[in-house]
Design a protein around this ligand. Sequence first.
Ligand code: ACO
Ligand code: ZN
Length: 223
Amino acid sequence: KETKDQLIIDAGQKHFGATMCKSCGMIYAASNSEDELQHVQHHHRFVEGIKYTGWKKERVVAEFWDGKIVLVLPRDPSYAIRKVEDVQELVDNELGFQQVVPKYPNKTKTLLFISDEKKVVGCLIAEPIKQAFRVLSEPTGPETPSSKECQRAWQCSDVPEPAVCGISRIWVFRLKRRKRIARRLVDTLRNCFMFGCFLSTDEIAFSDPTPDGKLFATKYCNT
Ligand code: ACO
Ligand code: ZN
């Protein structure tokens, strides 16, 4: 009788059990071929990064010693849009986001940081907004380990403040973090989001920041 019970449990796990990949962090059902395929794709991108071989018409908005920033707009050729979608899929898988439809898809601006090894190592997706709610700072301070552990439970002010530009995603390839890539993406966004003006840090808002995102945003906005 014991063996039979065990068999039933095994069969159930094989069919419905979710596995988490130890290297890329993705949770998927190993028994589901569609899930498995998605994992293989995510795993490869997570480890190798996304290649960028260059486009005939590319909008280079900033150049650095270690790479460049390219701006992609909604009406760009499909190869550019597809590249942004690939990157967004990687980022969303990594952040555990469900697919979110942007409010102003035709006004979205995407910045890609391209490394000199021809890989997309940073991405920033921004859209126009009218107001934002300030994240209230915690009594412990943003740099303490305890605040990093607690997941997205930041307290927000309930008083809306005017804002111009919302950052819905900011991401840097894990091997390239802490090299000021995110900082350079936001600097460049402030310069190219609205023609002819440089946005102040009060005019930009980070949507639903992760612990990493909040540490970055706090540091960025105070310096
Ligand atoms: N811990 C502590 N401080 C940090 C961290 C961190 N993880 N990340 C950035 N900072 C602070 C530092 O003070 C840093 O300056 P320093 O390195 O001279 O001390 C400063 O911010 C500037 O950091 P950058 O080097 O420009 O940031 P980076 O290129 O590493 O990118 C990012 C930061 C985008 C948050 C990156 O860690 C990442 O991709 N994380 C995973 C994805 C994620 O969580 N994205 C945010 C989601 S929220 C949203 O999209 C709205
Ligand atoms: Zn994996």
